[in-house]
Ligand binder design. Structure first.
Ligand code: NAD
Length: 243
């Protein structure tokens, strides 16, 4: 298996894309630490679907909680080879109606959360002289989207951070990449009104939404040794939406 003996931390691992990533990395031989915000049952279900996984509760927007998460992960497995920043939220509204609280909250979880986790992971990976950091951005971070200024800003921020960290860490054998999913069928998109979903579908050349497993496959490539000469990249997994 591709990831035998490796340890992965997956944030937002309790459901959606994060759950499929945890399952995929585990199926390839990794020991997985599932970091989750609050849903104990959902996190437990993901762990049961993995070969070798533990759950650690941590709100990624809380700096101290993230530090504890990585201390805990190191206590359990002694190393961290892979970090997947998958935790994310939306709080959509037009800019004119968007509260500062909703702007802050989305930035705090999506951008600051990825920063706190990447900083903790890179400290450990620098000592190991090996690591793979993968952040889940969005095509909205590349192209913008009406009603999602906070989300788009956070996901564009993730891309800027990914490219900067890739340059900082390249000499130590640590790669840093991002995935930009399009419209993926998860709880996050299930709540969108039908007319919005129909409009979005019209913009996808493949004519269908993506599956969380399809995003997990792309993340597996960045997480594996096979992607050793790839860093600072943003891979769209979007059925052609951003072409
Ligand atoms: P989801 O809502 O099903 O899952 C989000 C996960 O993030 C959940 O496990 C949730 O518990 C976790 N989370 C939320 N706030 C957190 C916090 N403060 N601390 C720790 N964990 C927290 O959504 P999803 O569709 O699986 O999204 C996963 C990632 O993919 C997100 O970053 C999202 O922005 C991104 N994304 C999704 C789509 C899509 O169409 N579904 C498209 C592009 C990007």
């Amino acid at each position: 298996m591709r990831l035998d003996g490796q340890v992965a931390v997956v944030t937002g691992g309790s459901r959606g894309i994060g759950r499929e990533v945890a399952k995929k990395l585990s199926a390839e031989g990794a020991k997985v630490v599932i970091a989750y915000a609050g849903n104990d049952e959902a996190a437990k279900k993901t762990a049961e679907e993995c070969r070798d996984a533990v759950c650690v509760k941590a709100d990624v927007s809380d700096e101290a909680a993230v530090e504890k998460l990585f201390e805990e992960a190191m206590k359990i497995n002694g190393r961290i080879d892979i970090l997947v920043n998958c935790a994310g939220i939306t709080k959509d509204n037009l800019v004119l109606r968007m509260s500062s609280e909703d702007f802050d909250r989305v930035m705090k979880v999506n951008l600051y959360g990825s920063f706190y986790c990447s900083r903790c992971a890179s400290k450990i990976m620098l000592k190991q002289r090996y690591g793979r950091i993968i952040s889940v951005s969005s095509i909205v971070g590349l192209r913008g989207n009406a009603g999602q200024a906070n989300y788009a800003a956070s996901k564009a921020g993730v891309i800027g951070m990914t490219k900067s960290m890739a340059k900082e860490l390249a000499k130590r054998n640590i790669t840093v990449n991002a995935i930009a999913p399009g419209m993926i069928e998860t709880d996050m998109t299930a709540v969108l009104p039908e007319n919005i979903k129909d409009e979005m579908l019209k913009t996808i050349p493949m004519g269908r939404p993506g599956k969380a497993e399809e995003v997990a496959e792309a993340i597996l490539f960045f997480a594996s040794k096979e992607s050793s000469y790839v860093t600072g990249q943003v891979l769209a997994v979007d059925g052609g939406m951003a072409v």
